[in-house]
Design a binder for this molecule. Sequence first.
Ligand code: LLP
Length: 434
Amino acid sequence: MEFVMKCLGINEAGNLTIGGCDVKELAKQYKTPLYIMDESDVRKNCRTYVDAIDKYYDGNGLILYASKALSCKYMYKIAMEEGMGVDTVSGGEIYTALAAGFPAEKIYFHGNNKTYDEIEYAVKSNIGCFVVDNEDELDAIDEIAGKYKKTVKIMLRITPGVDAHTHDFIRTGQIDSKFGAALETGAADKLTEYALAKKNVELKGLHCHIGSQIFELAPFCETAEIMMNYIAKLDRKYGVVIEELNLGGGFGIKYTEKDTPIDYDKFIEAVSAVIKKSAADLGVKCPFILMEPGRSIVAPSGITVYTVGTVKKIPNVRTYVCVDGGMGDNPRYILYNSEYDAVLVEKPDAERFEKVTVAGKCCESGDIVIKDIFMPEVKKGDLIAVLATGAYNYSMASNYNRIPRPPVIMAKDGKSKIAVKRETYEDIIANDMI
Ligand code: LLP
C-alpha cells in the first residue's frame, strides 16, 4: 500500500503507523483531534536541502526554514540542529525562535508591513537580516538602527514578474502583488536607490518568492536568471555588489495522487546551474544563495487524527462524515478549496468504495476538511487520519467557536513526545478580562 506520504506504515495489528508509533495508540494516549509529525522525516527533509547546497553549490548558501509553515519552539530547535537559518514574518515568530535558543544572526525577517514595534524588537534582538519590502519600512529600519547605533543588514524584496501556476492566493511573483518592488515598473530601482542612500543599513542582497505549491522547475530557473541579470545591472548602474541572493520557497508537495512533486534537491541543482552560468556570462561573482522551503519540510511528515462523531447520509445528495475538528485546526479547504487524502487508522488499506465528505464541527457550512473523497465504510467512533497536514494547519489554526487547538506530537523511533500541548478551556478564556 502506497500512501501520499512516504513516512507512514501499517503494523501487525493492521493499524496505521508514523515514526514507528501506532496511530491508534497515540490517539488513545493524547485524545483527538491530534497533529502527529514524524520527526525523523522532518529532519530528513531538512537534510535533503542542506546537502543539496553542498552538492550543487559548493556549500555557498544557507537554507532558511520558512517557519510560517509550522511555527513552534520544537521546530525551531530542529531547524537549528539541522544547520539551517529561519525565515520569520512577525515579532511572534522571532520571539518563538529566540525562545527556542535559535541564533539571532540566522533569523531573516520578512513581511510587507512590519510594524515599528516589530522592527525595534528585531533590531534590539540583533536578528541577522531584514528582507525589506518598501520605502516606509526602510525609513523605520534606518531610524531605529540609528537610535541603537547599529548597522542593519538588509535584502530587498523584488517582484521578478514570473507567473507561477498555483492558487491565486498563494501566487506572489507577478506585478499585482502586495509584496515587494517590481522590476518591470522601475519600483525595484527606486527601492534600491532609497536603500543605498540610507546611513544605517547595509544592502547585502536581493530576495524574491514566486509563490507556493509549485511543481515545475522552469519558473524557478527563470526567476534565478532574472535576478542574476538584475544583480549585474545593479553592479553596472550603481556600482553595488550584491552578495546574497534569496530565491524564496514554494516547492510543491503531494497532497493527493494528482500532485507530482519533483525531488527537492533537483530544484537546488537546477537553480545552482542557472546561477553559475549566469554569473560566468555576466561577469559577476556567484552570490551566496538562500532558499526558503516551508511546506516541503513539514507537510509530508504530518497527519491529523480525528474521531468520527456521526455519519449523516442524505440519500442521493451526500454523505457527511463529521469529525471532532475541522476548520479550526485545518482552514485550508475553506481558504483555498484544498484537497487532502485520508485513511481509516484501523484499516488504512481497506478498499475505498463510498464517496463521502469529511466535515468539521464548527457552526459553518463551509467547515469541510475534505470534499468528495472515496473511503471504506466509515462508522461513528472510527479514527480518521488526514494526510500531509504538517504545514499550514497548526500554524493557521484558530479558536473559532472557542474550540481549543489540538496538540502537536512528535513521533520518532517508536516513541512520542508533546511538542505543543493541547489547549484547555482555561487557555481559551485566558485573555478575557471580566
Ligand atoms: N518565503 C516566502 C517569502 C514566503 O512568502 C513563503 C510562503 C515561503 C518562503 C514558504 O513557501 P512554501 O515553501 O511553504 O511553499 N497558507 C498557504 C501558504 C502561504 C505561503 C505564504 N508564503 C497554504 O496553506 O497553502
